[in-house]
Write a protein that binds this ligand. Structure first.
Ligand SMILES: O=C(O)CCC(=O)C(=O)O
Ligand SMILES: [Fe+2]
Length: 220
């Protein structure tokens, strides 16, 4: 962005965890946002996620490929309208592989057959607590794409939900990939900054798309 005092640089936040600012240009951000709007529609659309303890997640969610619910995957929206999860499009898998190739290298990307997307929508004062993405069988890198409002993304360690961690500002169009020794690191979103989305995008709030490889057997 040419209004920055210093350009935001690509950074390795931890071994195997890479942040690339402005990875998606304005056109690709708009295209991904349009796709998210379609995916958010019912059936199997955006929903509030209830946790086993009786709480609710403040970020609302829709899944593609496999439906995630706390703390497993299913083929149907077992904790919602019961309909089949929406398909995971091939182009999103290509995007995931390209993200890994450009951050961690082709060796990490080669076996990665992305088949899950979780789309989180943060509005109001939604946030996400520290957690690990540990319900997949594959150890392929997680690919995260951000749209809309800027957030603070907290990237921690594999052992505890607390320090040491690094806070990274994720803005619209940014890419964050975590794999290898960081694949099971705790992470969360302590804060979203309202009103910081690019003016031309047409989104109030923040969307995050995470791509994962399930490693589950292909249904026959
Ligand atoms: O919104 C984000 O940037 C993180 C989302 C996340 O960690 C998840 O969906 O598991
Ligand atoms: Fe996560």
């Amino acid at each position: 962005m040419d209004t920055e005092l210093f350009p935001r640089e690509r950074a390795e936040i931890a071994p195997g965890a890479v942040h690339v600012p402005d990875w998606l240009d304005a056109t690709h951000q708009r295209e991904l946002l349009e796709a998210c709007r379609e995916w958010a529609r019912p059936p199997a659309g955006l929903r509030t996620v209830r946790t086993p303890g009786g709480g609710t997640m403040t970020a609302r969610q829709v899944c593609l490929g496999w439906h995630w619910y706390p703390y497993a995957y299913a083929r149907t929206v077992v904790d919602g309208d019961g309909t089949p999860v929406k398909p995971f499009p091939a182009w999103l898998g290509e995007l995931g592989r390209r993200a890994v190739t450009e951050t961690l290298g082709p060796e990490q990307a080669r076996p990665a057959d992305y088949d899950i997307a979780l789309i989180n929508f943060y509005d109001g004062d939604a946030r996400m607590g520290m957690h690990r993405d540990a319900d997949e069988k594959s150890d392929a890198p997680v690919v995260s794409l951000s749209l809309g409002d800027t957030c603070v993304f907290r990237f921690g360690n594999t052992e505890t939900r607390t320090r040491p961690y690094t806070d990274v500002e994720l803005r619209s169009g940014d890419l964050f990939v975590f794999g290898g020794p960081s694949r099971l690191a705790h992470h969360g979103v302590p804060r979203v900054c309202p009103g910081t989305a690019p003016a031309g995008l047409g989104l109030t709030g923040r969307l995050n798309v995470t791509l994962r490889v399930s490693g589950f057997p292909v249904a026959t």
